[in-house]
Design a protein around this ligand. Structure first.
Ligand SMILES: CC(=O)SCCNC(=O)CCNC(=O)[C@H](O)C(C)(C)COP(=O)(O)OP(=O)(O)OC[C@H]1O[C@@H](n2cnc3c(N)ncnc32)[C@H](O)[C@@H]1OP(=O)(O)O
Length: 420
């Protein structure tokens, strides 16, 4: 097999993307979604593998900025659109693309690579670790009640001026899109795992997807407003269904953000009260989503967890010093990284809530772990102690594990709100 790997040329995009679609089963995306992805593709950061004039491998890397614990926004390559043609699988093409990509990302001085995996078993061999989870709920709104915040958190409105009102809006309308994006942007710095969306990405949640073919309504949008300011929004589709006993429709939530507890609760109460529906389904919430504390019966919400964002430390030193640490930490990490050997060896990590340094050292190690565990623990959603319990982190100095594990933790659960 003779193949050539090259940077994606603009004229090649159609064939390149068709090859990706075929590898994912051959269903062609709706034109609006396709053209959005065409405009978002960063050609110079994308590669294609060609066998003659046939594209047999694809991979891209968006230039993202990722929020890390402490709130910094760190350059990160969003690895995406990875595929190998069915005729060329299991011959090492994926490994060769991952090799090329990680070398490129390093040369771009981006300390992190990120992805969401089609299958969790694929990317561990390249040093990625599952760093965040997503919570899904199916709320039985015929049984579950949602409470209203009582203002004890300081958001009371004794004189009624803090009241939130809800307004139906057209999701694609530029002013609406802009207002929703501003609410999204206000959340980014406060939660590790979120991405600062660049222009164009705000359209991703509103492209007309395949869902409408499944009997769902077009996307609907409700804005939460206070004194004329947009303080939250939700976007959702309704799937009407009827049973002998009566209506049994479902509300499928795409996203929901509130800038304060009242706006947040008002939006959830709206979703739970939509006529002719008896369930609200949401696929991707942070594991610490406050809605879990608004419902009267969490068991009737069927909570489930799934792996979400995978993180790869491309440059261990730069990545570990880009975030802060919840408590003071001073440990020597002995890192294994066979795929990116420049990371191998001992690193002294000194950090606290204000900042961190991470330098090469010859000192005795306190913890031994691979780059996968560093990726898994990096955003503070999985503890080093839990990984040690699985034998994946070794404590070489008594006390070092508890010290590092506490320091790596995050008060706010890391979360990736959408795929890419
Ligand atoms: C970030 C994203 O875009 S995720 C999307 C990934 N793409 C898809 O799922 C589309 C459908 N699948 C494909 O296109 C291909 O099967 C790919 C990309 C997953 C794998 O490509 P290949 O060229 O066959 O992989 P390659 O031959 O380099 O295999 C490398 C290793 O991964 C393993 N591997 C490959 N695919 C899988 C899989 N789906 N599950 C588990 N292991 C896998 C191989 O067995 C091999 O293991 P080894 O190193 O122990 O020998």
């Amino acid at each position: 097999m003779t193949t050539e790997t090259r940077i994606l040329g603009r004229a090649d995009w159609d064939r390149w993307y068709a090859s990706l679609e075929l590898a994912f089963g051959g269903v062609t995306e709706p034109p609006e979604e396709r053209s959005l992805y065409e405009s978002l593709t960063e050609h110079e950061r994308s590669i294609g593998v060609w066998d003659g004039d046939q594209c047999v491998g694809t991979a891209g890397a968006f230039s993202f900025r990722l929020t890390v614990p402490g709130g910094a926004s760190v350059p990160a390559a969003g690895v995406t659109m990875v595929s190998v043609a069915a005729t060329h699988r299991r011959r090492g093409l994926l490994t060769s693309m991952m090799r090329r990509q990680l070398d490129d990302i390093r040369s771009w001085d981006e300390p992190l690579a990120l992805l969401t995996a089609s299958e969790p078993a694929i990317y561990g061999r390249y040093g990625y670790g599952a760093a965040t989870q997503q919570l899904s709920l199916r709320i039985d709104t015929s049984q579950v009640r949602l409470s209203v915040p009582d203002g004890r958190g300081g958001d009371g409105d004794a004189d009624g001026t803090d009241e939130v009102s809800l307004r139906l809006a057209t999701p694609h309308e530029p002013a609406v899109l802009e207002a929703c994006e501003a609410v999204y942007a206000a959340h980014v710095a406060g939660r590790p795992g979120m991405l600062a969306r660049q222009p164009g990405w705000e359209r991703l949640p509103v492209v007309d997807g395949k869902q409408e073919k499944d009997g769902m309504s077009p996307l609907q949008c409700v804005l939460a407003e206070r004194r004329g300011e947009v303080v939250g929004f939700t976007r959702y589709r309704v799937k009407p269904e009827w049973e002998e006993a009566g209506p049994k429709g479902t509300v499928h939530v795409s996203d929901l953000y509130g800038l304060d507890p009242r706006a947040y609760a008002a939006l959830w109460r709206h979703l739970a009260g939509i006529d002719l529906t008896s369930a609200v389904v949401v696929r991707n919430l942070p594991v610490d989503a406050p809605v879990q504390h608004l419902v009267s019966d969490i068991r009737r919400c069927e909570p489930r967890l799934r792996d979400s964002l995978y993180v790869r430390l491309v440059e261990v030193g730069a990545a570990l010093q880009a975030r802060t640490y919840r408590t003071p930490v001073d440990v020597v990490l002995e890192v294994e990284d066979s795929f990116c050997p420049w990371n191998e060896g001992r690193w002294r990590l000194c950090g606290d809530p204000k900042g961190a340094s991470c330098e090469r050292t010859a000192d005795q190690p306190d913890l031994r772990l691979s780059v996968n565990e560093l990726g898994t623990a990096y955003l503070g959603g999985v503890s080093l102690t839990a990984l040690a319990g699985a034998g994946r982190v070794r404590e070489l100095r008594p006390g070092a594990l508890a010290e590092a594990s506490t320091a790596f933790g995050s008060d706010v659960a890391p979360w990736l709100p959408h795929g890419f």
